[in-house]
Each structure stands twice: as C-alpha cells, then as structure tokens.
Design a protein around this ligand. Structure first.
Ligand code: GLA
Length: 696
C-alpha cells in the first residue's frame, strides 16, 4: 500500500469534500465547491490524537479520547469496546473516496465509501464494519455518515407530526449538547421523517447556507447533531440498531443503509434543487418517470363496500372528469368485511367480485383508464386462512394486535416471502394491474424473531420481496403507503413511483405537509388527491377550487364519490384536471421553489421550467390577514419578460388576471406581485410564460 496523500479533494455538482486521511483522519471541509486546496485549509500538524473539544476524527470514537457521541459503538464477546481506528487505505477517483480504517490489532475495520454526484452534488455515504477477529462482535451503532459542520450552522430544521399530520417542519436554535432524532417504530414513521437540516440562523426559501442529511432506509433510524465544547458541530445519520440486532460472527460484515448529505448556499430552494435532481436521476427506479396518470382512488368513495355495479358507475364518473387510472383500494379481497378481517387472503372476494377482478378491470380499461390495486402483503388478520394455516409465520409482537387487529408476517423467512410472491404474482397475472398501492398499517415496535429484534431483517425482507416482484413484472408501478405517509424515504423510493403523503386530504393541512414533503421529494411522486367537500378525517369544509389548487401541484388524483356530485362540481373538477394535464410536463419536470413569504398567514410554492420559459405558482391564504400581500416569485430568469395570467378555473382576484400583464423576471423576484389578501383557505394559481417585448 502506498502512503496516503496529504489531503484529498473530491468535487462534484458544485460541492467540495476535503479529507485529511492521516492518522484517525478527518473531514477538513464539506460545502460549496472550493477552487482548489489552499494551504490555509488544514493545520500543519496531523491530527494523530484528536482534540476532544475540537475536530472530530473520521470515525469519532472514545478510543481516541474523543468525548462526543461516537460514530461506532460495539463490544467483543470477551470485552473490549473502544478501538483506535486509523486510516490504513485510501482509494477512489475525482468524485469518490473509499477509506479503510482499522485498529492496531486489525480485528475490526470500517470502510467508508463516499461519493459526490457530478450533477446533483449530493454526497452519498455508507460504512461497512467487518469483524476480522476470532470472536463475535456485537455492533450497537454505526453511523452511515458523520460530517463536521461549522459553528455558524446554528439553526436546525427537523420533522415531527403524526398520523394525518405528517412532515411538519420544526425549527430550533442549536444549543450546547446533542439534538437527537430517533425512530424505533420499525416503519420510517409519521413523526420523525429521517432528515435534518442545519444552517445559518434564519435560513429561508431563497437565502442561507445550509447542510442537510437524509437516511435512505425504511426502518429505525437515528440522526444526531452535536455541538462539541470548542463549538464545532458533528452531524450523523444511521440505522438505529436494537440491542443484539447485529452480532458479527468472525468474518461477518454489516453495511449501513446509504445516507445522503446536501450542502448549499441557496437556502431551502437550493436544497430542493439538489434533492429533487437526485431523486429524479439517481433514486427512482425509472428515469425519467413516465407521464403520471391522474388517479381515482376508491377508498374514501366506497371504503369496504364493493359491488361491481357501484364500482363500474364510479369508474364511469371518473372517466368523465378526465381520470386516467382507477385504483381499487382496500375491500376487494376474500373476507374483507372490515379492517379487522381478511388480510392475508389475497384473492378476490367471491361475493363482492364474482368472476374475479378482471371484469371490473375490463370496464375500467374500456373507459380508457388503467387499473391499479391496493395490497397490504406484510400483515395478516387473525381468522384469515393464511393465519389459520400458518400461525408460526408471524413476528412476535407484544400484547394483542392493535386497533386494526393485524399481525406482522416474518418476511425474513423464505417460505413466507415465496408465498407472498406467488399470491401477488398470481393477482398481477389474473387482471391487468399496472400499479400496486402497497400499504403497511402496523408499527414494528417490539417485534421479535426467535426472541431477537427483527426490524432490520424485516425491512430487508420487504425490499427483497418488492424487488423480486418488480423484476418479474418490469412495467409494474408501486405506490408506497403506510397508514398515509409512514413509509416515505429514499430507500423505499428506489422501489416505487409514488408516495401517499397522508390519509388526510384536508387541503388546509395538506399545505404544510406538502411543504415539508417537498424538501426531499419532487412533486411528481407526491400523491395529492382532491377529497370530498367536508374532510373525512378532520371534518373541515373546504371549497372545491381550494382543494383542487392544492392537489394540482403533485401527482394529482381524486378520492371522492363522484357518483353523487352535481353537474357544476363535475365541470369544475374536470377543468382543474385539464389544467393539471395541460401543465403536467412543467409540474412534474420543472424546478420546485418555495415563495419567500415571511407572513405565516400566506404560503406558496411554484414550479419553474428548467429553461426558465414558463412557471406555475400557488399563493394560498391560510388565516385571515388584512391588506395587500406582496409575493416575490423566485426561480425565474431575471432578464426574461413574462406574461402573468391567472388560468381558468383558478379564482382570479386580480383585475388583469385573465388577460395578463407583462413583468420582468427581475421585477417579479425582487419587487414581487401585489395581491389582495383573500379569506382563509383560498388560493390563486398564477401562470407565467416568457415572451418577448415590452413590460407593462
Ligand atoms: C390506510 C391507507 C389508506 C387506505 C386504508 C385502507 O390507512 O393509508 O389510504 O388505503 O389504509 O384500509
């Protein structure tokens, strides 16, 4: 092995990573691209013994006298827990680096694989721990990525929320000690989306230097941001391992899920430019995604009450308003009278669907729509045939099954996985199903396999099963759902085309959920449905235009019993769907931006075509506010001249809205547009088209 070079500089997509690989190694710099290494970047002395109050080594550990949170934690069967890992090998090219660290006795090694994407600038990191010793090593924690942040990154954005209130942003100043976000639910969770953003105080839509990390994993996770005594900050993300979940036998290895790190000087819009590009190019199973069809989902229209005539009528009503894919939700399979029965018996209920699903699928297809199906393969209801035949196929859970009375099947077992594969494969062959809505309505907290924690093994089993189905059915699409948005992350997104953000379609609440969601996901994967006038989950009554305007910007759909709506509503809904289709390429391929609005009474976002030629914005009034709202529209080309109109059927509060006025991009992003403040839960859509000529 050759001696490691003094300093490594990796670059890609406008981002630099500089590493000093000597001794324990350390990240000298990570952030917006540096022209080249300068002497001033690093200290003259190698960090052989890291200062516990100062710089963090590549893998911070107590063995080096480091006093902060470790990036690796474990113990040998006969004792020993604090190795002194130093860099023993380095390889890689212009954008990637692999660093091997090992202790003096060579019994344990950690391989860090880091890669900066040339186009998106996103840094992907994994760590692989290998036991080269002669006795078992119990691994308790290994960060996938561990990066230092500057002391001026002193405001954090994390996510909280819950069922029907996913992706709520939470801001807090970063003080002394550690900010820790743990998830032990076994699903990605509704209340702790695995991402953390830290930046200069007050960072906003269009300004501020910031750093972010996301873990691409659908199980347990831990994200930490710790302030060391000397003021340096250390950001970590990894899989949260339950006690004894990973025990490495001699020769055994553990590889973390990937963590993704983003650095930008461009505020949250700069962050989204990188995350959305990365999802589109590197994460999604198809690039680019085929055109997203407008959905009709049957859940809030019929719940479990399925009958062929009623569903046929619903399909006809859907086709009339322009729906392109009919999603048959829960209720279709054997014995599914309510949510406490039937899970596991994945064949059509003979009473509800005589002759199977093919006849309904044919009705749907004859109407020019595609046909999709809801499944929840990972769980089983007591009393189902599957449960009766295979009571031993379950992961043990504490106590009784929860409210929906369902147990979790052990997907770590080959016979269980083979059975589920065969059942779903048969469904996909029996009817022309082009998408599965893949649901999972149970946390895994407390699940055990032979007395041991089983979350990691279960998540790996879910990924394997989906991968196998996708390989056998290459045209199949999947929507990820877990009681709404409980399984949304880049790990599952590598296996699906759509994410169901929340069971709440209340457009007022959706505004904040979609705002948080779009920080890490582009709009084309965001399931966004127009629900009924009075929300089925919150009871709030909202006007049709507002509900449509909020759904317009995502992967649009309808979840409402259209058989009962009047002609006026039908026409208006059809007009909104037509507007979505007219601008679908822009909405699903453009650059998403947040509007820099300081006033919480108003919120808004937009999508600007990549070439700056057109844009759509939404300005929504959340609560009462008197007067005029000045709305700055970011993302436009500053020397372009744009005609601004309010497209039909959006309500038009501007006298000139339908006819249009011309403005320069510079004017719109700096001075902004003056809009009369509306009443709560009203929204206006603005369409911009670049044109030549004079401004007015
Ligand atoms: C979950 C999903 C819903 C719906 C129901 C059906 O709650 O999030 O969208 O599919 O299950 O039971």
């Amino acid at each position: 092995m050759t001696a490691p070079p003094p300093l490594l500089h990796r670059r890609g997509g406008g981002v630099s990573l500089v590493i000093d690989p000597r001794g324990a190694g350390r990240v000298v710099y990570w952030g917006p691209a540096l022209p080249d290494i300068t002497d001033g970047l690093w200290d003259a002395e190698p960090p052989a013994t890291p200062d516990p109050g100062g710089a963090a080594p590549l893998v911070p550990l107590a063995g080096w006298g480091y006093g902060g949170l470790p990036a690796l934690s474990g113990r040998w069967a006969s004792g020993g827990w604090a190795p002194r890992l130093a860099v023993t090998a380095v390889s890689g090219g212009a954008q990637d680096v692999s660093l091997t660290l090992a202790g003096p006795d060579g019994a344990l090694s950690v391989l860090l694989d880091w890669y900066i994407d040339a186009e998106t600038g996103v840094l992907t990191g994994t760590a692989t721990v290998t036991n080269h010793g002669t006795e078992p090593y119990r691994l308790d924690w290994c960060a996938a990525l561990c990066l230092p942040l500057p002391g001026w990154a002193d405001e954090a954005l994390t996510f909280d929320g819950g069922y029907i209130r996913e992706f709520q942003e939470h801001r807090q100043p970063i003080g002394p000690g550690a900010l820790v976000r743990d998830n032990r639910r076994g699903r990605t969770s509704h209340d702790s989306f695995p991402a953390l953003v830290a930046g200069e105080a007050g960072f906003g839509a269009v300004h501020g230097s910031l750093f972010a990390v996301h873990l691409g994993w659908s199980g347990n996770h831990r994200l930490t941001l710790e302030t060391l005594a000397a003021g340096t900050r250390v950001l970590m993300a990894g899989e949260l391992l339950l006690p004894g979940e990973v025990v490495l036998a001699p020769g055994g290895t553990y590889r973390t899920p990937p963590a993704y790190a983003i650095a930008t000087d461009g505020g949250l819009n700069g962050l989204m430019a990188r995350t959305h590009a990365h999802v589109r190019r590197r994460i999604l199973p198809r690039a680019p995604l085929p055109e997203r069809p407008v959905h009709l989902n049957t859940w809030e229209a019929v719940y479990h009450s399925h009958d062929p005539q009623g569903l046929g009528d619903l399909a006809r009503a859907a086709a009339v308003v322009g729906v392109e894919r009919f999603v048959l939700d829960d209720g279709w399979f054997h014995g599914r009278v309510n949510e406490r029965h039937g899970l596991g018996d994945w064949w059509p209920d003979e009473a509800k669907h005589p002759g199977g699903l093919a006849p309904l699928a044919e009705v749907v297809r004859a109407l020019g729509m595609r046909f999709a199906l809801w499944v929840e393969p990972e769980t089983v209801n007591p009393g189902s045939a599957l449960h009766t035949d295979h009571p031993d196929w379950l992961l043990r859970l504490p106590g009784d099954p929860d409210g929906r009375r369902q147990y979790v099947l052990d997907l770590g077992r080959d016979d269980v996985a083979d059975h589920l594969f065969a059942r779903i494969d048969a469904l996909l062959r029996a009817a022309p199903v082009d998408m599965l809505k893949w649901d999972m309505n149970r946390d895994l907290a407390g699940t055990a396999w032979q007395g041991e924690p089983a979350v990691r093994r279960q998540v790996a089993g879910v990924y394997r099963l989906i991968d196998r189905l996708r390989a056998a059915h290459p045209h199949l699409e999947i929507e990820s759902c877990a009681s709404g948005g409980g399984r949304a992350d880049w790990g599952i997104l590598a296996r699906c085309e759509r994410i169901w953000v929340s069971d709440s379609m209340d457009a007022h609440d959706r505004l904040s959920m979609q705002r948080g969601f779009t920080l890490f996901f582009p709009p084309e994967v965001m399931g966004a449905h127009v629900g009924r006038g009075q929300s089925a989950v919150t009871g709030r009554r909202l006007d049709l235009d507002f509900r449509c305007a909020v759904a317009l910007f995502g992967h649009m759909g309808v979840e409402w019993d259209l058989r009962g709506i009047d002609a006026q509503e039908r026409e208006r809904l059809a007009a909104w769907i037509a507007l979505h289709k007219r601008h679908r390429a822009l909405l699903h391929g453009g650059r998403w931006v947040r509007l820099p609005l300081d006033d919480r009474a108003v919120t808004g976002h937009g999508v600007v075509a990549m070439d700056g030629g057109s844009a759509l914005y939404l300005v929504a009034q959340r609560v009462t506010r008197p007067g005029i709202v000045t709305v700055r529209l970011p993302g436009l080309s500053s020397d372009g001249v744009y005609r601004v109109t309010v497209p039909d059927p959006s309500p038009c509060p501007l006298a000139w809205g339908r006819r249009g006025l011309r403005f320069t991009g510079a004017h719109l992003s700096s001075a902004g547009l003056r809009l009369p403040a509306g009443t709560p839960d009203e929204a206006v859509v603005l369409h911009l088209e670049r044109c030549g000529g004079e401004t007015s």
